[in-house]
Design a binder for this molecule. Sequence first.
Ligand code: BEZ
Ligand code: FE
Length: 424
Amino acid sequence: MQNELETKLTDAVIARLSDDADPRFRRIMQSLIRHLHDFVREVELTEEEWFEAIKFLTATGQKCDDKRQEFILLSDVLGVSMLVDAINHRRSGATTETTVLGPFFVHGAKEINNGDDMAAGWKGEPTYVAGRVLSTEGTPLAGALLDLWQSNSEGSYDVQLADTGGKQLRAKLRADAEGRFRLRTILPTSYPVPTDGPMGLVLERMGRHPMRPAHLHFMVSAPGYETVVTHLFVKGDPYLESDVVFGVKDSLIVDFKRDESQVEAQKLKVGAAATVTVAGVEKPVEGKVTLISPALDTGSTTVEVWVKVDNKSGVLKPGTSARVSIAAETVNGAVVVPASSILKDDAGKTSVMVVEKGAAKKREVTTGIADGDDIQIVSAVKAGEQVITTGAYGLDDGTKVKVVVADEKKEEPAAGDKKSGEKD
Ligand code: BEZ
Ligand code: FE
């Protein structure tokens, strides 16, 4: 049974707040004390647990320095950062949606000119980014300042790498007279948030993976306007639905369209099968490649490819936009698994958990083409092997597992499908 102190202590602590304290501060402290006490009562916190919590907060503080902010990470993975963001940036129609700042923003990035390469010297898939900064009324904000930052193609930020020699993969850029900006960089990749500190342990104990979907960070400011902190996420990334920091909003997912370079086009052949899909039409239209231009369009760096379809069904009308997939190469023995099976470590290595003799075994793999939620594995897993598709991040190598077939048709976690490589 509760004794009197348990119920009266909360009011006694709140009563000590001075009437002269700043009113906003008073309101916040009153609420904090009340919720904290309610929480302790609700879970009946033991002394050992409270001491563990204090040790955890101490370790979180000790992990922080000028390059590492473990408290921001704590707030991010518990969804507090996104809640504060949601309350403070309620969307009014025309504004770009916001998301977390994250712990890797650094003041004082070098200023580059429109069109410059932010990733000079870094390997990765060349990427062109362009946009426009407008007020909510649609007026161009000439001279608006954009701060951009991103991880490298292995999923690390400059501040996480010892030998980058200064600020890398980050830049400041000014919008031109029409509010336009453009730059070159490399394609961002999905990456794990740092797991070598207290938050890594917490994520593991919660059975959560540490991944963020690939994104490019933006902070956009202009005198007299509210600053926008946001990202653009790469459409098709396997972690869009389960971002560890809950930062994804639909309006921020963009198609980083892949331009077929001449090298890619060389894999295509006249006569290759093409599948034309129209949004809202269930059955795709089949066709064939009839022409591959020998010349590269220097402006867009693309190669023109013609596809002929018979269109008997009349699905394709003048002006219809459609998606065309062309079979470019066949990877024999490749296996397809759901994206949630793929584990990525701090160094960017990919692996899966395979069931071997009743235990989960970690196996490093090479991934191939991603198609929606499916990812091709091109090495180390054979057709018929069982791959763990959910919860693999929480499993240690060697953990005993039991395979349960839930539904004959849908289940089958065994890697078995062969998939021919496709190029869109
Ligand atoms: C980031 O996107 O840089 C980030 C955000 C929250 C936690 C960790 C990283
Ligand atoms: Fe990031």
